[in-house]
Design a protein around this ligand. Sequence first.
Ligand SMILES: [Zn+2]
Length: 140
Amino acid sequence: MDIYKKLKELDFPIGEYVVVGGAMAAHNIREAHDLDILVTTNLYKKLLKEGYKQCLCEQCLSTSRIMLNKDNVDIVPNYMFGNYIGDTKSLIGNADIINGFPFIRLEEFIKFKRELGRPKDFDDIKLMEDYLRKTVNLKS
Ligand SMILES: [Zn+2]
């Protein structure tokens, strides 16, 4: 998936969202299959009015997850799982800006994925930790 093409199409207002799933692709760590975007309540309400619909997949229904879905883009108004409770405002405020778009900081994404805890999350965590280690080495 070309995440930048997609983000350009969506054209969400800066300061109102942060890309979560897709952050690894922004750093060229691995390709993105879909985009997950955390948005403010304000933007969430606006998207609902514009015709975005609640996702009715089995997982959303069984966990009462509030999420909009459209063309492989998932949009959520809160970011939490297990013991991880993301603060939307600071996640947006502290985002990494890459190619003009805001992405969740990888350190934060790692914390979230650790709570999700599926085998593929641990694969991703390892990839991100290796990447961060290399980046730190380059800077020092
Ligand atoms: Zn769903």
